[in-house]
Each structure stands twice: as C-alpha cells, then as structure tokens.
Design a protein around this ligand. Structure first.
Ligand code: AGP
Length: 610
C-alpha cells in the first residue's frame, strides 16, 4: 500500500505534491519521490526514508512547475532504497510512472523487453510498467494509447499516475484494485490514492472504478475504461475529514485493519496460489527450494502474535509435509544455545522485521550454519536483509499496535508454505487441489465473518466489566486461544489466559465460576466432541461460555451462552477465520472501556530492544 499524488493547475506544484505525500504517509513511508516538468524537461527526485527527506532534497524555490506526480512507498518488490523509490521512468527518460499495487506478471514482461534490448536498473515491478509503456509509446506515439495497451497486458493490481515530457500538459491515472481519486478543483486537478491529499484543495472528487483511466489536462479531464469506452463517472462530495480518511472511515486503525483482512489475505495469495495444480509459486523461496525439500527439521522462531502464528504453522507443516517442526520464543532461542544442524531450516516470522529478539535469533541460527528464512511484512527490514530468502506478507502498513491483519496474512502464507512442502513430499495433487481451493475461498469467508460484527459487539458489551477471561481451544485452535487472550490483554488491560482446552482440568478450572467468561474456539474437526465435553466441564461450574463455531453446527448452542458462527473450512484454515471474532471482542471491550486502542499503554508497534 503506497500513496500517490498528482497535480495539474495554476499553483506551484512541487511543495503541494510533497505536502500531499505527507498526508499519504500512513499508507507507506520507506521512500518517496517526485517527477515534474520544468521547461519541458522531465525531472525525477527520489530518496529512501520518510517524505521529510524528499522535502529537504527538492529545491522548491527554484521550481516553478505546476504539473507533477509524486509517491510515498510501501515496498513490495525491491528493498527500500533511492534506486527502487518511485517514480520510475522508461529507457528514454521521458515517461515517468508512480504505482501503488503489485504487477504479478512483471517478470515475464521484463524478459520480453530485455530480449527487445531494453535495460533495467531497479528490482521493482513498477519499472517494468514504465519501460513497457515507453516501448509501446515508441510504436504508437500517443501516451494515452501506450498506457492503455500496457495496462491491457498486465495482471495484478495498480493505481498509477503517468507524466511525460512528450505530452507535457497531461497526467494519466488508472486503477485496478488499488484506489485512485481525481479531485476537481477550480482550474486545477489533484490525483491521489485517497481523498486525504485532496480535501485541503476541494471536496469534489471522482473515485475511479476498477479498469478505469482518467486523462487529465489543464482544460479538463475525461474518464474512460482501459478498453477506451468513455465512462463519465460522476463527481461526488468528499464526506470524510482527514483523520477519518486515514482510518478509512473507521474509528481506529485496528478496526480498519480488521476489516482490511479480506483484501490483505487476497494480497498474500496474489500470484502465489495455483489451484489447478494444487500447488503454489513462492518465488522468494526459489533459491532455497532444495534445502526445503531435504530439510530434516523446521524450527520457527518469533515473538508475541507472530509466535502464535508459528504455533499454527507447526500444525500445518507437520500435517501436510510430515516433517518435525519446533517453535521457539526468539528471546529464549537466542540465549539457550539451541542444537542446530545444517539440515535444519529456520523460519523467522515477524510483522515489522525489526523485533530485536527475533533478529538476534536469526543471527544465532545463521552462525550455527542453518538455512534461515524470513516471513515478514516490512520489505527491506533488518530480518529481511539478514535472512537468505523469504516471503513478504503484502499486508501493507499495520499501524494499530495490536497485530491483526498481519496475523491472518502470516497464517495464510504459512498455509502456502505447508502446501508447497507437502506437495514436495507425499501430498497428492488431488489433496493439494482440495486444500488450494479452500485457501482461495478464505477472503470471501472472512467477509462473511465480518457480517457478525454487530452480534460480536453486543456479546463484548455483556462482558465489559469482567476482571478475567479464559480462552480455550484444541489442536489448531489452541494457538488461537493464546492469540485471543493476547489481543484482549494488550488493548483492554483485562487479565486473560489462553489454554489447550484439555489442560484446564490440571489447574485453571479452579478459576471458573459465574464471573469467569470463557471463550471456546470450537470449530469442527476430529476432536470437536472433546471440546464439547470441556465446555460441559465449564458450564458445570457456572462459567459463561462464548463459542466460536462453524455454520451448520446444530449441537453447539446447547453448550454455550453465546455462539458466533463462522463459515466451514478445513481445520488447518479455521484459525484464519476464527481469529476475526476474537479480534473484534477485544476491540469492542477496549473501546467501551475507553482504552487507547491503537496505542495501548506500555506497548510499542515494533520492539527493537531486548
Ligand atoms: C501483537 O499484537 C503485539 N504487537 C506483539 O506481540 C508483536 O506481535 C510482537 O512484538 C512481535 O512483533 P513482530 O511480528 O513485528 O516481530
């Protein structure tokens, strides 16, 4: 998720564009850049780091231009550095492109262009688009036509803006999957990824639809489909204020990120799931594929919520690939002199990629000669740099300290890794296809779960004054019980514990009485009946039960005070659906207790100290 701004009008553009980027910085902040035309010459300025760095670089007082495009980046392909920052240009240097999204087939387009003699100098998918547009422009000598032809051949998502010295009074914007808004001002037009960069100029805007382009000149604009049909999309009034826009209209980043999960899970799957083959394509692991094929053991190390994801991954990989998996708290792993052999493959899971304990565990494992892979959300982060290979989550910036969308993306990516490793061993194509199609159905199923938000809020309200909570689950749902408890603890400050449901009899059952709410993750699997009897043990001691169960479960309601139903899926994928109600229970309790949901006390989004 990056931020794009474009301007054409009568005002001096450079400072306006950079200020617009500052309003977009919550979308991505690892590098920034600007392209503008001065005396008909296309100028590009870009820099790694926050927008302030670019602001210092750009000599605003020397620039008179009133047309330009700009970008603040959340890297997906290519480490954050000056070279990979946007804008990217074609080989002539006369066409510049800024892009928000992922071009899935960029490697095949690049291969063709290299054969035709074009040169590449960055690791990004966006440069491929810029050079592709340039190559087509050479043929058709029309910028709009060249952009249209290029977009007709790319797969993936994009919000783009294009500026060229060939047609200096024009900006072309287009959208497929990533938002693009055209602000209609008085004799000026502002293009942006969302209205945050527009509302200080005008509250009249056009929200481009998927497959739609806007060709904007000083005189006006026209909206068309990529297939060249006029669309005349209506101008709307921007209702939201800035803070609301940054939060996408939600009250908190955490709630916004919970509701982003259908899309972020789609992004985690984009270009990686081959349902027809019952397999996956994880380019980031190509370099270590043999190591994964011959690995005798997988050791997963992480902290906090990422450690809970590691526990679920342990079940997934052992089930599908039938090789031993161990999960280690990174803070323990780094100091206990773990037994690591060269046949071991170490997975480090981290949203931020900067968690000190996990980074140290990575270094410890490397110097012991193991193959170490990173599964991180922040591209170019320390753990991404320190590991031999890995997979990015593509969940976009996670602002809320309580991790939500990163967790479901971690589980989604781990399900892909488990499927790949299973197919490398004894998992049949038929079983692979069955699992792959269930994974592909996850985004829609999460949307279905989110439809129960109102019910979940009502249930949360009933327990807002509880002093303690217990979360119980078995198998894949045990780590989820830990995650549910952590979410409630970290944002509502209510004491909560997660346990394997069967473990209760060995102590925690002493805590249970009519004041103890107990959340059971009781989805359908081979130990479901055992969970029902654990629920009866709680009810026998007047415990109040909130159950997360699968749709179509006719039996659960007699064992619980409240039931939140989620769609059916495979036991290994239930955690990706069942965690959503747990996130919402924690959110609504914290909200009612007026806690600082996005920045809870005593916590940091990335723990870079040990
Ligand atoms: C989770 O909500 C917390 N923010 C925290 O436990 C977090 O998961 C932990 O600090 C690990 O962070 P990482 O994924 O960025 O390494």
């Amino acid at each position: 998720m990056c931020g794009i701004v474009g301007y054409i009008g009568n005002q001096k553009a450079s400072r306006l564009l950079v200020n617009g980027l500052k309003r977009m910085e919550y979308r991505g902040y690892d590098s920034a850049g600007i392209a503008f035309l001065e005396n008909g010459i296309l100028n590009i300025m870009k820099k790694q780091g926050k927008v302030d760095g670019l602001d210092t670089l750009v000599p605003h007082d020397l620039i008179s231009t009133n047309i330009g495009i700009a970008h603040t980046r959340w890297a997906t392909h290519g480490f954050p550095n000056d070279n990979n920052a946007h804008p990217h240009t074609d080989n002539s240097g006369n066409i510049s492109v800024v892009h928000n999204g992922i071009i899935e087939n960029y490697t095949s387009i690049r291969t063709k262009l290299i054969k035709d003699g074009y040169k590449f100098s960055t690791d990004t998918d966006t440069e491929v688009l810029a050079i592709f547009i340039g190559a087509l422009y050479e043929k058709v000598k029309n910028l709009e036509e060249a952009v249209r032809m290029a977009l007709s051949e790319v797969d993936g998502t994009y919000g783009i803006a294009v500026l060229s010295s060939y047609e200096p009074d024009k900006i072309i914007a287009a959208r497929m999957g990533s938002p693009m808004v055209l602000g209609i001002g008085d004799n000026e037009f502002i293009i942006a990824s969302d209205a945050a960069a527009i509302i200080s100029h005008t509250n009249r805007a056009i929200y481009l639809n998927d497959g739609e382009m806007a060709i904007v000149t000083r005189e006006g604009y026209v909206t068309k489909t990529v297939q060249n049909e006029n669309t005349n999309t209506a101008v709307e009034d921007i209702e939201l204020d800035l803070e609301q826009i940054e939060k996408g209209g939600y009250d908190h980043f955490m709630l916004k990120e919970i509701f982003e999960q259908p899309e972020t899970v789609r992004n985690a799957l984009r270009g990686r799931l081959l349902v027809e083959k019952g397999n996956v394509r994880l380019g980031g692991l190509n370099a270590v594929i043999d190591k994964l094929r011959t690995a005798k053991r997988i050791v997963i190390t992480a902290c906090g919520t990422s450690w809970h994801a590691a526990l679920v991954a342990e079940y997934m990989i052992e089930q599908l690939a039938q090789i031993p998996v161990e999960v280690e708290y990174a803070s323990e792993f780094r100091y206990r002199n773990p037994i690591i052999t060269p046949d071991d493959v170490i997975f480090a899971i981290s949203q931020s990629g900067e968690t000190a304990d996990t980074l140290a565990a990575v270094k410890e494992a490397r110097q012991k000669g193991a193959t170490v892979l990173g599964f991180v959300n922040v591209v170019g982060s320390s753990i991404a740099r320190e590991t031999e290979a890995g997979i990015y989550l593509h969940a976009g910036p996670e602002i809320g300290v309580a991790s939500t969308k990163a967790f479901t993306s971690q589980l989604t990516v781990m399900s892909l890794v488990a499927l790949m490793m299973g197919r490398m061993r004894n998992l049949s194509q038929l079983d692979g296809k069955r699992i792959a199609s269930e994974i592909a159905a996850l985004p829609e199923k999460i949307e279905k779960v989110l439809e129960s938000t109102k019910l979940i809020r009502e249930i949360a309200h009933e327990y807002v004054n509880s002093k303690n909570f217990l979360y119980l689950g078995r198998g894949y749902n045990f780590p989820l019980a830990l995650e549910g408890a952590l979410k409630l603890k970290e944002i509502s400050y209510i004491h909560a514990e997660g346990y394997p449901a069967a473990e209760m009899k060995h102590g925690p059952i002493a805590l249970i009485d009519e004041n103890m709410p107990v959340v059971f993750i009781a989805t359908q699997d081979e130990i479901y009946d055992k969970v029902l009897s654990n629920m009866e043990e709680v009810r026998a001691r007047k415990g109040r039960i909130i159950a997360i169960a699968n749709e179509g479960d006719e039996r659960i309601h007699v064992h619980a005070d409240h039931v939140i139903y989620i769609p059916q899926t495979l036991p290994m994928l239930n955690p990706i659906l069942a965690v959503v109600p747990l996130q919402l229970i924690a959110y609504y309790i914290a909200l009612e207790l007026e806690c600082n949901v996005d920045q809870p006390r005593n916590l940091a989004k990335s723990v870079t100290v040990e």
